[in-house]
Ligand binder design. Structure first.
Ligand code: UDP
Ligand code: MG
Length: 308
């Protein structure tokens, strides 16, 4: 049996060897289970020595592989490339920064042996993260689960062990806008959730800032829910109804009092409000249209520069 480990890396030169050493601590376990190992580092257009570090590891240990992208395509593209390259009967993906501890592998594997198709992890704390980021992350998951039929678990990490069947299911979803957390929920299969405390990064800085996360959350929403489109139609209807009531009220008032209609400031406010709502709804529509545009262009999800 072959176990493939997929490690997306973006400027992780310090973490590459540290991760390998940590993973190799599980060697006795792999032998005991009769598991062969294959480690696939995806170098996501790093500007530092990440690829060089992987090449060095590859010389020492041919089980280590490298896929180097022509530029930074993002973690989602890295994960997809890893899945395509992995030959394993079981596949696990982990961050290079050791925030997904390899020491959890034996426990994860024991669940697979008990018949689960996939073992996922979620962190129950967000220690070491700015409180504002945690707050918005929680809000995002609550909103997402309200408006999407696909279950997306709060605190879920991309650290997952899965069987070949699940990997093939994920590979069959070749969409351009990849929101992996949603894709896992969408494909289904029996998933066991393990919980652990957040671990801080081994070296370097997180690649995500607030703005990137915000854009990513919008990608997630448009990829797995069409509720915002429905909301914009409902808001439109509500405004039409309000306008109709106001017109009827004005006509009746005029017939009774014969007052000229006064109050242009209120008129300006209403025009601004309605124009604002309209632009907002067109914006929502634009989000879906732009995603569709990217999707129909059928561009490749990533481009490879070097492969080992
Ligand atoms: N990563 C990547 N491409 C990117 C950004 C990140 O491959 O464009 C990798 C990164 O090297 C790391 C993993 O994705 O192995 C998670 O990134 P990070 O630790 O910065 O995210 P966080 O753990 O803070 O959510
Ligand atoms: Mg990290």
């Amino acid at each position: 049996m072959l176990l493939s480990v997929i490690v997306p890396c973006y400027n992780e030169e310090e973490n590459v060897p540290v991760f390998y050493a940590e993973l190799c601590k599980n060697e006795p376990f792999f032998q005991q289970e009769g598991l062969d190992l294959e480690v696939i580092y995806i170098d996501d257009g790093s500007g530092d020595g990440t690829a060089e570090q992987v090449r060095r590891l590859h010389e020492k240990d041919p089980r280590v592989h490298l896929v180097s992208f022509s530029r930074n395509f993002g973690k989602e593209a890295g994960i997809y490339a890893g899945f395509q390259k992995a030959k394993g009967d079981y596949v696990v993906m982990m961050d290079a920064d050791l925030q997904d501890p390899p020491s959890l592998l034996p426990e994860m594997f024991s669940w697979i042996k008990q018949g689960y198709d996939s073992v996922a992890t979620r962190r129950v704390t967000r220690k070491g993260e700015p409180p504002i980021r945690s707050f918005f992350a929680r809000m995002f998951y609550r909103l997402m689960n309200k408006i999407s039929k696909t279950e997306i678990v709060d605190g879920a990490r991309d650290y997952r062990l899965m069987t070949r069947q699940v990997v093939d299911a994920i590979l069959s979803m070749c969409e351009y806008n990849r929101f992996t957390k949603g894709i896992f929920g969408w494909v289904g299969y029996q998933t066991k959730w393990l919980e652990y405390e957040n671990v801080e990064r081994a070296h370097g800085e997180t690649k995500w800032n607030f703005w990137k996360l915000f854009l990513y959350s919008i990608d997630g929403i448009t990829a797995f829910s069409t509720v915002p489109l429905a909301i914009s139609s409902v808001v439109g209807l509500l405004f039409c109804f309000a306008a109709f009531v106001a017109i009827v009220a004005l006509v009746i008032k005029n017939l009774i009092t014969h007052d000229p209609v006064a109050g242009w400031p209120s008129m300006v406010c209403i025009i601004l409000l309605v124009a604002g709502v309209q632009l907002f709804c067109v914006g929502i529509l634009g989000q879906y249209l732009s995603k569709t545009y990217l999707e129909v262009k059928k561009r490749p999800i990533y481009l490879v520069k070097e492969e080992l």
